[in-house]
Structures are given as structure tokens and as C-alpha cells.
Design a protein around this ligand. Structure first.
Ligand code: NAP
Ligand code: G4F
Length: 329
């Protein structure tokens, strides 16, 4: 039986990845940080699984990471999904974001080397690292891929770049089997409620449950013109696992290749509840604009398709429908 450690088990991706690995009959050790209230909502359904173990740990504390590896030194695969993952929050809490999202990855990699852990490592890199490098020629169908230069636009993206380079350095310098997945935005029913997609579908759900009350507090959003390449989280964790099954560690872009604005997401989401015109229900609020924006993301995952045989299973329309139906019910 293979054993995997997942840092970030209580997050959206951690919970989907745990489901996938348990289905594949792995022993899964999930690492969750201490919280004053219950943070296990997304993994409630696996807490009593006999192959699942929950351990307390914090990736900003190297001692804590070392303790986990000492207890589970026979691990086969290590997934680092832990992060302060909210881009807007990273402008308000840049140092914390650096400690978790940047240095946290180093704490894991250095512990692997120092303790001589013989395991494969996955780092959750991000399309946010491409930042303002959308000067690609859209007319020629050129999208961001593994060769696109990083031009980060937020403290979050800069921390992710550092972790990404650390992952490739440790592969080259110490021969660690470490791979980074450069994942474009992926969403779903378990998405955090402050990310734009879930903020929209959650609001629609609450509004519908109120009987479509016209006095219901309006949905307050920021920039509606940014483009995102949105996929379904359940599909994307499969790509993470596939990367670690390869003989040679490499980095891969994971995306759908299609891009939509927030405005288009609103159109499709509101149409599911019979609203063609949502303009009276949404307010654009300066509070939700960022000091710097990433205007355009659209990926090209031909490498993942060719080497891993990975393709996204859900379309944009499937994704929006899934999220709205979940929040309305
Ligand atoms: P998420 O829902 O925000 O989950 C982040 C996880 O990290 C949570 O389990 C969180 O714990 C944990 N965490 C935060 N600080 C920690 C610390 N100091 N020590 C240990 N754990 C800590 O994020 P996600 O959407 O699942 O994304 C997973 C990873 O992929 C993240 O690294 C994210 O940056 C990256 N990524 C995400 C996307 C996307 O579109 N979802 C795209 C590209 C890359 P709590 O539950 O206690 O907060
Ligand atoms: O949903 P978002 O917060 O996601 P963002 O910033 O693209 O980051 C997500 O994807 C990254 C991959 O590219 C991950 F690495 C990262 O961890 C995270 O999962 O915002 C999407 C867009 C932005 O352009 C933002 O300005 O939506 C715009 N937006 C408009 N109104 C809003 C809002 N975003 C949020 N969170 N809240 C709003 O009210």
C-alpha cells in the first residue's frame, strides 16, 4: 500500500486529492494546522476512513514539518497544497503570505533532504505567476505554457515563484523527484466562499432561498473584466497525482485552454436561476479591486496532454451549473 502526505488537507484541493488517493487505496496522512474552530468541513466524510490519518502541523514551522516526516519516513508521495492562497489577502498580509506560501515550501524541501526522505514531491504552483505576461499574441492562439516567462503581480504570486524555483532547484541540486503543477484557476462546490466564482454562486443560492427577495443585500464585486481559465478542481487533482507517477520529475501547465470574464461567469450563473439581466443585483465596489490586477489568463496544456494523457473533463458551462445547483439546493 502506497503512503502519501498531503499538506493543506483541509483546503479545496487537499480534500479532492484525499478522495482520489483513498479511492486508489493509498494510506493518506493529512496535515492540518491548528484552528480555534473546526476546519475539517471538507474532509468530514473521510475522517473515519481506516486509511486516513489527520496530523496537526504548520508548514511555517520547520520543526513541525520534521516531526511529521520522522513519524512517516516511509512515505512515497508528498503533496504541498498548503498556502495563503488568496491573492487579494496577500496585498494586506504580504509577510504572512511569504512565510506560508513561499518559505513553507522550502521548509518541506529542506526537511526531505536533511532527513533523507525517499519520496516524490508535488508543489502547487500557479498561473498567477504569469502575472502581467498576457502580452501574448491572442490572434495567433498563443497561450501561457511551461515556457512563458513569469511576471508576478502580487505578493502571493511572488511567493509562489520562489516556491516554484525552489522546487526546480532541489530537483537539479539534490536529485529530488520534485514536480510543480502550474495550475490555472480551478473551482467547484468546495471552493472557498471568498473566491469570485463561489462568492457569486453562494450569493445566488442565498438569494434564491430568500424567495428572490428584491430587498436582499446586493452582490458586491470588484473588477468584472478580468479573464480567467476556469476548470473543475476534481479534474485538476488527478493531474497532480499523474505527475508523481512519471519516471522523470517535470513541471506541467494544467488548464482548459478556454477563458472567460467574470461578467461571462455572472451571465451563465444567473441564467441558471432564470435571470437574464443581473445588473440590478450586482454592485461594483472599489473595496474588491486589487492594487494590481492580472487581466488575462489562458493556458495551453499540450505538454500534460501529451506526456500525462491528461485532459479536463468538465467544460466552463458544466462547472458553473455544478456550482449553482450545489448552492441553490
Ligand atoms: P485553499 O482552499 O485555500 O487551501 C489551502 C490549504 O492550506 C488549507 O488547508 C489551509 O488550512 C492550508 N494552510 C494555510 N496555511 C497553512 C500553514 N501555515 N500550515 C499548514 N497548512 C496551511 O487552496 P486550494 O484552492 O485548495 O489550493 C491548493 C493549493 O494550490 C494552494 O497552494 C494554492 O495556492 C494553489 N493553487 C490553487 C489554485 C486554484 O485555483 N484553486 C490554482 C493554482 C494554485 P486552513 O483550512 O486551516 O486554512
Ligand atoms: O477568484 P479570485 O480571487 O482568483 P485569483 O485571484 O485568480 O486567484 C485564484 O487563482 C490562482 C490561479 O491563477 C490561484 F493561484 C489562487 O490561489 C486563487 O485560487 O479572483 C479572480 C478574478 C480577479 O481578477 C479578481 O479581481 O476575479 C476578480 N474579482 C472581482 N470581484 C474578485 C471579486 N475576486 C474576488 N476574490 N472577490 C471579488 O469580489
Amino acid at each position: 500500500m502506497k503512503k502519501a502526505i498531503i499538506f493543506g488537507i483541509t483546503g479545496q484541493d487537499g480534500s479532492h486529492l484525499a478522495d482520489l488517493l483513498l479511492e486508489k487505496e493509498y494510506e493518506v496522512v493529512g496535515v492540518s494546522r491548528r484552528a480555534s474552530t473546526d476546519n475539517t468541513q471538507r474532509i468530514k466524510h473521510i475522517l473515519s476512513n481506516e486509511n486516513f490519518y489527520l496530523m496537526q502541523g504548520d508548514i511555517t514551522d520547520a520543526y513541525s514539518v520534521i516531526n511529521i516526516f520522522k513519524k512517516h519516513s516511509n512515505v512515497d508521495e508528498i503533496y504541498n497544497l498548503a498556502a495563503q492562497s488568496h491573492v487579494a489577502v496577500s496585498f494586506k498580509q504580504p509577510a504572512l503570505t511569504w512565510d506560508i506560501t513561499g518559505k513553507g515550501c522550502l521548509n518541506i524541501l529542506q526537511s526531505i533532504v536533511d532527513l533523507g526522505i525517499d519520496a516524490r514531491f508535488y508543489q502547487a504552483s500557479s498561473s498567477e505567476m504569469f502575472g502581467r505576461n498576457y502580452d501574448i499574441d491572442r490572434s495567433q492562439n498563443k497561450f501561457q505554457n511551461e515556457d512563458t516567462k513569469f511576471m508576478p503581480q502580487s505578493p502571493y504570486a511572488i511567493a509562489k515563484c520562489a516556491a516554484h524555483y525552489m522546487t526546480t532547484l532541489f530537483r537539479e541540486a539534490y536529485g529530488i523527484h520534485s514536480s510543480a503543477g502550474i495550475l490555472f484557476n480551478h473551482e467547484g462546490e468546495r471552493r472557498g466562499e471568498t473566491f469570485v466564482t463561489r462568492k457569486i454562486t453562494k450569493w445566488i443560492g442565498d438569494w434564491v432561498k430568500s424567495g428572490k427577495d428584491l430587498n436582499f443585500p446586493k452582490l458586491r464585486l470588484g473588477n468584472l473584466e478580468a479573464f480567467r481559465d476556469w476548470g473543475y478542481a476534481g479534474d485538476y487533482v488527478e493531474a497532480m497525482w499523474m505527475m508523481l507517477q512519471q519516471d522523470s520529475p517535470q513541471d506541467y501547465v494544467i488548464c482548459t485552454g478556454k477563458t472567460h470574464t467574470i461578467r461571462e461567469f455572472l451571465d451563465v450563473a444567473f441564467l441558471h436561476v432564470g435571470m437574464e439581466d443581473w445588473s440590478d443585483l450586482v454592485v461594483q465596489d472599489p473595496e474588491f479591486y486589487r492594487p494590481a490586477e492580472v487581466d488575462y489568463l489562458r493556458g495551453d496544456c499540450s505538454k500534460a496532454n501529451k506526456i500525462l494523457g491528461w485532459t479536463p473533463k468538465h467544460s466552463f458551462e458544466d462547472l458553473v451549473k455544478k456550482m449553482v445547483e450545489h448552492d441553490v439546493s
